[in-house]
Unconditional design. Sequence first.
Length: 211
Amino acid sequence: MTSARFLVVLDADSTLIRNEVIELIADEAGRREEVQAATEAAMRGEVDFAASLRSRVAALQGVPVSRFSRVLDRIEPTPGVHRLTEAVHARGGVVGVVSGGFHEILDHIAPDLGVDRWRANRLAVVDEALSGHVEGDIVDAAAKASALQEWADELGVRRNATIAIGDGANDLQMMAVAGLGLAFNAKPAVRAAASLVIGPQDLSEVIPLLP
Ligand SMILES: [Mg+2]
């Protein structure tokens, strides 16, 4: 596809899906508690996202990649996600997902959920197990905003025909550059900065707002 009428970009964890994937992987490492606390602090915007992600990923060291199938089995798509992506496509729009989470999981779930393009972090693997490092540049708040701008330019979509949807502090920059920034199921700092707050955990609530 070379052009689109509009672009909708969603965050993944707690927006496209109901889970925080890093917490599911941490379960496989037996380190849920510490990773969950650190993730919550990062989503409230209390700590530097990239530094926090690096230390949380370090806690995942040694998890065999074969355990990803157990993680995938536990993922719950957010209610209404299929209806939203179908509605976007029916109106000539494109759906993107940009995530501070991981390609290793999104690559499996995004196509089935009607997502057209996605960008996320990559977990480094050594001997079929997580090395505890992130590969390459970290997808943080600034990278999320750049992805939205880059995709809009590629698709010939004007900035005011973009919608960004997220729940965490690392979604605020992409919400600020989008024509419409929607706080979904969001933390207080995100609700305060959003153009609009979507209360119920149902993505089909976004459909009436599509151009
Ligand atoms: Mg999120």
